[in-house]
Design a protein. Structure first.
Ligand SMILES: Cc1cc2nc3c(=O)[nH]c(=O)nc-3n(C[C@H](O)[C@H](O)[C@H](O)COP(=O)(O)OP(=O)(O)OC[C@H]3O[C@@H](n4cnc5c(N)ncnc54)[C@H](O)[C@@H]3O)c2cc1C
Length: 232
C-alpha cells in the first residue's frame, strides 16, 4: 500500500496506557475527525538481542515493517494531526509508538473510513478504550461548528480528561461511567427523545461495539443507522 513518509512531532501521555501522537500531515492531506489512517513503521529489534518478550507481527516481504490503522483524534487537520493510541504491552506497534522519539519517521496512507463527522447538527458519540480519541475529535469539531455534542465514554480509567473537561465547559454533555448498566441507562436517556437530526457514532474495540449496538437497540434506536468504527 502506497504511503507517505512523515515525521513524528510529539508523543505525550494522555492517561493510563494511552498516548497522543502528533504527526506531520502529508502534503495535501485533508481529513475529518473520526476517519482513520494506515500507519506503517519499522519496528526493529533495537538492542539486536532478539527480544525474548514475544514475536513481532511483521508484514510479509519487509522485515520489521508493521502496519496498523488509527483514527484521527484532532478536530481539525492542518500541518499536523493527532492519533490517540491505546498501548497494549503485548502488542507490536502500539508500545513502539509510545516510545518513539520526535523526529522519527513513519509512513501514512489514507485517510479512509466513513465514520467521520460530516457536519451533522446533533452529534452523540459512544466510545471506550482508545476510541475516546476519535470521540473527542468529533465532539470538539462539533463545538467549533456551534453544536452541543454528547459524549458517553465507558471507562474505569478515563484518558483525555483535560479535553473532556474543556468540552463540558464549552456546553457539551459529557458522561463518563465504568459501569455497563449506567452506560446503557445513559444511552437510553439520550436516545429516548425523537430527533431526526441526531447522528450517533460508536468508536472502540469489538466487545464495546457490540455493547453499544445493544444499548442503542434497548433504547429503541436503530444501530443500523449509527456510524460505527470497529477497531477489531
Ligand atoms: C479502523 C480502525 C481504527 C483503529 N483506530 C485505533 C485508534 O484510534 N487507537 C488505537 O489505539 N487503536 C486503533 N485501532 C486498533 C489498532 O489498529 C491496533 O490493532 C492496536 O493498536 C494494536 O496493535 P499492536 O501492534 O500494538 O498489537 P498487536 O501486535 O496487533 O497485538 C494485539 C494483541 O493481540 C495479541 N496477539 C497478536 N497476535 C496474536 C496471535 N497470533 N494469537 C493470539 N494473540 C495474538 C497480542 O499479544 C496483543 O495483546 C484501530 C483499528 C481499526 C481497524
Amino acid at each position: 500500500m502506497e504511503g507517505t513518509e512523515v515525521r513524528v512531532v510529539e508523543v505525550r501521555e494522555v492517561g493510563p496506557d494511552t498516548v497522543a501522537v502528533t504527526l506531520e500531515a502529508p502534503p495535501g492531506f485533508e481529513a475529518r475527525p473520526g476517519q482513520f489512517v494506515q500507519l506503517r513503521a519499522m519496528v526493529d529489534d533495537a538492542d539486536g538481542e532478539g527480544g525474548g518478550d514475544g514475536e513481532d507481527q511483521v508484514d510479509a516481504g519487509d522485515d520489521d515493517a508493521v502496519t496498523r490503522h488509527y483514527s484521527i483524534s484532532s478536530p481539525i487537520v492542518d500541518e499536523t494531526f493527532e492519533l490517540t493510541i491505546g498501548v497494549d504491552p503485548e502488542g507490536t506497534l502500539s508500545p513502539w509508538l509510545a516510545e518513539v522519539a520526535p523526529g522519527a519517521t513513519v509512513e501514512i496512507a489514507g485517510p479512509w473510513g466513513r465514520v467521520y463527522y460530516a457536519d451533522e447538527p446533533r452529534v452523540v458519540v459512544l466510545a471506550a478504550g482508545p476510541g475516546i480519541g476519535a470521540a473527542v475529535g468529533v465532539a470538539e469539531r462539533a463545538v467549533i461548528d456551534g453544536g452541543s455534542p454528547t459524549v458517553v465514554y465507558r471507562s474505569a480509567v478515563p484518558v483525555h480528561e483535560d479535553r473532556l473537561s474543556a468540552l463540558a465547559s464549552a456546553g457539551a454533555d459529557v458522561r463518563v461511567t465504568a459501569d455497563d448498566e449506567a452506560f446503557e441507562a445513559a444511552v437510553a436517556e439520550i436516545l429516548e427523545t425523537e430527533d431526526a437530526e441526531r447522528q450517533t457514532f460508536v468508536y472502540g474495540f469489538a466487545p464495546f461495539v457490540e455493547d453499544a449496538r445493544e444499548a442503542i437497540l434497548a433504547a429503541g434506536g436503530d444501530p443500523g443507522v449509527a456510524k460505527v468504527e470497529n477497531y477489531g
